[in-house]
Design a protein around this ligand. Sequence first.
Ligand SMILES: CC(C)(COP(=O)(O)OP(=O)(O)OC[C@H]1O[C@@H](n2cnc3c(N)ncnc32)[C@H](O)[C@@H]1OP(=O)(O)O)[C@@H](O)C(=O)NCCC(=O)NCCS
Length: 183
Amino acid sequence: MLPTLTTPRLSLRPFTVADANALQQLANDPLVTDTTATLPYPYGLHHAESWIAIHDDLYASGRAMPLAVTTREGELLGTMGFAALSWMHQRAALAYWIGSAHWGRGYATEAAGALVAYGFADLKLQRIWAECFTRNPASARVLEKVGMRYEGCLRNEFLKHGVFEDMLRYGLLADEWYAQFDA
Ligand SMILES: CC(C)(COP(=O)(O)OP(=O)(O)OC[C@H]1O[C@@H](n2cnc3c(N)ncnc32)[C@H](O)[C@@H]1OP(=O)(O)O)[C@@H](O)C(=O)NCCC(=O)NCCS
């Protein structure tokens, strides 16, 4: 069963089929899809429904942990989750987006902080990493704000809309995350 996490302003909880309409409306936005690796545009209701339908299997098979990001009142804002989970190597990647109407309010940072804490404290991960296009400074900033270190630039790492994109790689180790609690 996918977990539910809470922060002062947010819930991170499993998606349900009831989220499909709101998910489609948020994701069917070129401002969102342009800097994600995998979201298609246009993003139809069938994309939302088929993605939500595989979440239990992704989690049960240990491959990914996608969660809905909502306000504490229940409004869907976006998604924050673990992708590329590897139990063998005790690592996972953060994958996320927030609906464009909600940008700049610290929601991605708040959600990422909760997921990073869950990854290290509950899942006992050793390493949490993420990557973003070089042309996505807002995403890089989110990663820096949750304590990730810049690890390098992967040149021509990703082919997006026929253009090879450089990607910035960030990572955080368990020891580094726990060090923040040392007085
Ligand atoms: C990246 C994304 C998740 C950020 O969500 P958000 O909720 O707006 O993020 P936050 O408000 O927590 O933090 C954003 C930070 O980026 C900064 N920022 C925003 N635009 C920026 C820009 N053009 N250049 C530099 N910094 C920028 C903000 O000022 C803020 O930093 P601050 O708190 O130090 O001021 C959101 O823009 C998004 O979903 N984009 C489309 C999908 C995507 O790119 N997903 C990530 C794929 S790697």
